[in-house]
Write a protein that binds this ligand. Sequence first.
Ligand code: SIN
Length: 282
Amino acid sequence: MTYRQTTVRPIAGALGAEISGVDLSAPLDDASFADIHAAYLEHLVLFFPDQRLDPEALIALGRRFGELEAHPFLPNLKDHPEVVLLQKKETAETNVGNGWHSDMSFLETPPAGSVLYALDVPPYGGDTLFANMYLVHDSLSDGLKQMLGGRSAIHDYTRVFLEAARRGRTSASMEDIEAARDEMPPVEHPVFRTHPETGRKLLYVNPFFTSHLKDISPDESRPILEYLYQQTAKPESTCRYRWREHTVALWDNRCTQHYAVNDYHGHRRTMHRITIRGDRPF
Ligand code: SIN
């Protein structure tokens, strides 16, 4: 792939590239946007070091890619509800996103993409891992693909957020989260989803939000899902990013999963995140 305006440097074989030659705080011209969009479809997660983005600029950047989606439970910025504040303070024990997931797969129309901007980075640790879910799909045997092809899985936000509320890790109370159950009942998504832009098939189940395979009990589903999650976490399916302050990451939330490593106790890590609205998986 040839890029006209930007330099694209892959960081791993599976996915991920660092991009230079672009200032994300200014409106993106069409040539730069075309490069970034092509690199996003090719490398699935892009990292842009040395950017300066206040919440307005972060929102403007996200809107270049589509409408934004506010998060129902995570704490957000008072004047900018679209911007989620992901912060682990020095005294905290737990962090948000500490497990493989794709953002908000519990929605009927989960986000197409997410943008994360690093404000405070710990002196070590706090990396984020990403997995290429096309690669995981393609690595499965024909027999397993046949068995799971055409099948759906159930995604339920209560798996993670009730637990988070129990531990005081979201700004929403247990009552708020339980009350939202009627408005946000569990949803079904295909186990193998087709990416609407590339037409490629990918594995779309994740340990945070997938409760079980449709018409297969949770107990029966578990070993199958566990096998799929092991393939997701294989080093060859993933990349790992060491953050520096003022780096922006943009990932395709349809065909990747990510995992925020919690290994920097006693240090602060602060990120701003926005998510870009997506389509119903098919
Ligand atoms: C998330 O979006 O799950 C958080 C990722 C991170 O903080 O690295």
